[in-house]
Design a protein around this ligand. Structure first.
Ligand code: SF4
Length: 286
């Protein structure tokens, strides 16, 4: 495998995520534009113009280019697993200079900024093992404003699913305009504290407008979309019909004494791009 070529592919993947929103997100924003009026319509128009400018100029769509986050599915027969982490880290360092990206990694103790978007645990990579010999890398740069609105609720199981829904709606009401709405909200229910938050974030990888295959969970998603949008928070918190573009729910089994709910929030800059690497070292960015 040509390591430098793979790094080039990962840089292309990061650049695509930073400069081009996926079609499902743009479609949802265009639908929001159709139904909004007044200042809300103006805000969505500005967001859509921003998206166009980012694509044509090949510049990041937001000044906050995020914490470099990746979800990597590694086929069990992929022959170059050992090199992948180094490839991703090197690609982040180079992408920081060439795209360029804002240096966003700060040491919590010293305040030192590493200036290359790497540091302890960063880039943050979630690894999963899958069948086959391909590797799928999803670049998911995560902005701080929306990340700050993440929430963990260790609810009492007695509150049931109604309590879960009330918790999510209340937290999104409290978030108001801070996560740069319209947002996409990922809700992880069950597991332990860490798993619920992880599920919430992974739920954000599902395309906007795609419902959970489980009909009960799909029903909860639809209800949450309506209830959060009924809040009237609207685009950028300035009032309107569209506070969320979508809500995605995922579940894990839980301890009988626990009902964890992890909320992950993604802003209108719902950035993600996917790269597939084959066993022979060829790749494509989708
Ligand atoms: S929340 Fe999103 S749109 Fe708002 S500043 Fe952060 S990255 Fe940019």
């Amino acid at each position: 495998m040509d390591i430098k070529d793979i790094e080039r592919g990962i840089i292309e993947c990061i650049k695509k995520a930073e400069t081009q929103l996926p079609a499902d997100v743009i479609d949802a924003l265009k639908k929001a534009y159709e139904i909004e009026e007044g200042v809300a319509k103006t805000q969505i128009a500005a967001i859509l113009e921003n998206i166009d400018l980012a694509k044509t100029s090949q510049r990041p769509m937001c000044q906050d280019t995020g914490i470099q986050t990746f979800f990597v599915d590694v086929g069990i027969d992929f022959p170059y697993v050992q090199q992948l982490k180094t490839c991703i880290t090197n690609a982040v360092k180079t992408a920081t200079k060439t795209i360029p990206l804002r240096p966003n990694t700060v040491d919590p103790f010293t305040g030192e900024n590493h200036k290359d978007n790497t540091g302890n645990y960063i880039p943050y990579i979630t690894w999963d093992i899958t069948n086959g010999s391909d590797v799928t890398i999803t670049a998911f740069p995560k902005g701080g404003g929306s990340e700050n609105m993440s929430k963990l609720g260790m609810l009492k199981p007695g509150v049931g699913l109604e309590g879960v829904k009330d918790f999510v709606v209340e937290e999104m009401r409290k978030a108001g305009g801070q996560p740069c709405p319209p947002t996409v909200v990922g809700v992880g229910i069950g597991g332990g504290a860490d798993l619920s938050l992880k599920l919430g974030k992974k739920a954000l990888l599902r395309p906007v407008g795609v419902r959970n295959k489980n009909t009960d969970m799909a029903k909860m998603e639809t209800e949450l979309i309506k209830r959060i949008n009924d809040s009237g928070i609207g685009p950028m918190g300035l009032g309107g019909k569209t506070t969320v573009l979508d809500v995605h729910v995922e579940v894990a089994h839980r301890h009988p004494a626990s009902l964890p709910v992890g909320i992950a929030v993604q802003c209108w800059a719902d950035r993600r791009a996917v790269m597939v690497i084959h066993a022979d070292g060829t790749w494509e960015v989708n």
